[in-house]
Design a protein around this ligand. Structure first.
Ligand code: PFF
Length: 457
């Protein structure tokens, strides 16, 4: 696809919803609430919001103006802006990260689809606390089911991506994101009106600054990074479809606000129900076990007096996860598809098919690492955990740090100023602060996250 036939998002709202769809994902729901509850409640939220404002938004703006300025895929963008330099590897690293994350993220996305079906068929009804770990273990270790759901999810992602930017990604984001908000609000209302909900809200929101340590700050930074989909070129790729009148600063602020709102609302859904059910969360509840073992049990107990409500809440919760996961998988698929299509001069359909086929092959290996490949350990980790660790703990922060250095030190300041101000049409009093953050604060802060993730800090 040559640049002059390239599509753009049809509206600013469509662009915001697509980028917010990338950011809002499983990370908001399975990690943020627990991190908050265990790390000082509102004290953690304050630090998280500070990380989003100080680090997240400037880096998101960098991804946006790199993409919008070059109107090409993330690898091509760096090649265009820094021809003949090693900077092109930053874009390529992003494409590789997108490929890896899509492969294992689709496995978990497939689980959300299976659990939606289980919820729909009322399979959680009458189960006891002891049954849920067994149901989950049985499901993930079943090679056929887990692989089939992963492939199903990948195919749905493929179908949306193949339809193109406007009639695929934008159209579905405009449908899925509002549906996601409505479900989120309904679930939060159901949960906060439960008896004893205030205890859950207190656990989530009461500031306890004594729990804040260096590790908490590191966690908040890492979480902000993953949650905002930074460091991989996802938002750079989406921004390559932004119109020239899109306000980059405002879009970054809106996407970050939406992402943070969804994360906090997830806490409003989870904690009141957990406290009502008399359940005590531990650190092992971070991640899949929260979604697939704790929550079906908690919903059954918290809303058990009205079975129809327990049923409805469970169905809506898993459907919410499906929507959140799908808007994120689309964005990762698009990073790789745009790269293959534009760098290898291939039509979008063929490029997307190659991406779907190769990611599915790697996804199958990830899915099987809970079953037949369970014993395969690399550096002491299963294949799934290894991919997750390398991509989200190393590649994403590394990519983010390089993006900050690239825009703060390498890129011509005029390009940055022109992009952020839409060639002088917008007033951007915050430009100097953004530059300062990109030059000094972000590279140092992200280097610390990276060393922290590697256990070296
Ligand atoms: N932001 C997504 C989440 O919170 O689940 C995950 C993600 C999507 C990370 C896209 C990176 C990315 F490029």
């Amino acid at each position: 696809m040559s640049n002059n036939t390239r599509e753009n998002f049809g509206s600013k709202m469509g662009a915001v919803l697509a980028a917010a769809g990338s950011a809002v994902g499983l990370g908001n729901i399975w990690r943020f609430p627990i991190e908050t509850g265990q790390n000082g409640g509102a004290a953690f939220i304050i630090i998280y919001v500070a990380c989003v404002l100080l680090l997240g938004i400037p880096i998101m703006m960098s991804e946006f103006f790199i993409g919008r300025h070059t109107h090409t895929n993330t690898a091509g963008a760096y090649r265009k802006l820094a021809p003949g330099t090693p900077w092109r590897w930053v874009g390529r690293l992003g494409v590789l990260s997108g490929f890896i994350i899509l492969s294992y993220y689709s496995v978990v996305a497939g689980w959300t689809a299976e659990y939606t079906v289980l919820a729909l068929s009322n399979s959680f009804d009458g189960k006891t606390t002891a049954d849920f770990p067994a149901i989950f273990a049985q499901f993930v270790s079943n090679p056929w089911k887990s692989v089939a759901w992963m492939l199903g999810f990948m195919v749905v992602t493929h179908i949306i991506v193949v339809r193109g930017v406007k009639s695929g990604i934008e159209k579905f984001s405009k449908l899925m994101m509002p549906a996601l908000f409505v479900i989120l609000v309904i679930l939060a209302i159901c949960s906060v009106t439960l008896p004893g909900a205030s205890q859950g809200l207190e656990f989530l929101l009461k500031p306890d600054f004594s729990k804040i340590t260096g590790a908490t700050v590191l966690n908040a930074m890492g979480q902000a990074f993953f949650s905002l989909s930074l460091g991989l070129g996802c938002l750079c790729t989406y921004a390559s479809y932004f119109g020239n009148d899109t306000n980059i600063g405002k879009t970054a602020l809106n996407v970050s606000l939406i992402d943070t709102f969804v994360a906090i609302m997830s806490g409003f859904i989870i904690f009141p129900a957990v406290f009502n059910a008399g359940y005590t969360l531990s650190s092992s509840d971070i991640g899949p076990s929260l979604l697939f073992i704790t929550m079906p049990n908690v919903f059954g107990q918290a809303f058990g007096d009205i079975p129809a409500l327990a049923y409805g809440v469970s169905v809506l919760f898993y459907f919410l996860l499906v929507l959140a996961a799908l808007t994120s998988t689309i964005s990762m698929h698009e990073v790789v598809t745009a790269y293959v299509s534009e760098e290898f001069d291939m039509n979008r359909h063929k490029a997307a098919t190659i991406v779907t086929a190769t990611c599915s092959a790697v996804g199958i290996i990830c899915a099987l690492s809970f079953g037949p490949f369970e014993g395969v350990k690399i550096f002491g980790m299963s294949i799934f955990d290894l991919f997750d660790y390398v991509a989200s703990n190393i590649f994403l922060p590394l990519g983010g740090m390089l993006i900050a250095i690239f825009t703060g030190w390498y890129l011509d300041k005029k390009i940055v100023r022109d992009e952020i101000s839409n060639n002088g049409a917008l007033r951007v009093p915050y430009l100097r602060i953004v530059f300062f953050i990109l030059r000094y604060v972000a590279p140092v802060a992200i280097a610390i996250i990276l060393l922290g993730q590697l256990g070296l800090f």
